[in-house]
Design a protein around this ligand. Structure first.
Ligand code: MN
Length: 241
């Protein structure tokens, strides 16, 4: 038995192959897990739990089937699906986690995060993040019609794409200062996050203490998962069948 971690699937109706792999994952290997943690950007966009698009209902039903089978499913917001709310959580049978979330696993102090909060070199993004995580801003957004929210999400996505194309590699990645500070303050042995789409295991030291940063990959070309059992964590690719 193992605890499984995934992130950055960026599910959307226009990329059916990702959804098919996710559905097979939920009905297959995830059924044998101790727990499944989804560390954000499960969806490419989320305009509200009241979105009537049947694609999202299909994904919700499949996640529900996993949690109903006895596998606890935890979810942390990403920068794409930060509007996922308690209604979706209840219907999908998942537990929402705040970011960061500490976890004890096989004697290790693990800190889970989506990862966008660590990208502190991108000052403009952090301002947008602070605004869009504000409950008043979210209430204002949810008071708009579905059509208005779909249009807003499409516009936000275009702006985000244009920005990421003009950004340097360093600014788009996590800040090493932020990583060190986060590990120092939390006392974590292992920081596990996604968001940057740069899957890797980074060993380093914080105040002479050996630590690791594990980065999950996205699901654009294949799946990515951390499988963690008594032998420790393993970062794995999940080939597309
Ligand atoms: Mn992200």
């Amino acid at each position: 038995m193992a605890t499984l971690f995934i992130s950055d699937l960026h599910l959307e109706p226009g990329r059916p192959e990702i959804g098919e792999q996710f559905l097979a994952f939920l009905a297959g290997p995830a059924r044998d897990a101790d727990a499944l943690y989804i560390l954000g950007d499960l969806f490419e966009a989320w305009i509200g739990d009241d979105d009537p698009n049947p694609y999202y209902a299909q994904m919700k039903t499949a996640i529900r089937a996993l949690s109903d089978s006895g596998v606890p499913v935890f979810f942390m917001h990403g920068n794409r699906d930060f509007m996922i709310g308690e209604t979706f959580a209840a219907e999908a049978g998942i537990t929402l986690l705040s970011d960061p979330h500490p976890l004890q696993l096989y004697g290790e102090h693990v800190l889970l995060s989506h990862g966008d909060a660590l990208c502190t070199d991108d000052v403009e993004y952090q301002q947008v993040r602070a605004m869009t995580r504000n409950p008043d801003w979210q209430a204002m957004m949810l008071s708009k019609s579905i059509e208005e929210r779909i249009a807003f999400a499409a516009q936000a996505r275009e702006q985000s794409l244009a920005r990421s194309e003009s950004m340097t590699e360093e600014i788009a990645d996590v800040s090493q200062d932020a990583v060190h500070q986060t590990i120092r303050e939390s006392g974590a042995d292992i920081l596990l996050h996604g968001h940057t789409h740069r899957p890797a295991v980074h060993p380093f030291h914080v105040d002479e203490r050996p630590v690791h940063r594990i980065v999950l990959g996205d699901w654009y070309e294949q799946g990515s998962m951390v499988e963690w059992d008594a032998d420790g964590p393993r970062l794995e690719e999940l080939p597309r069948k």
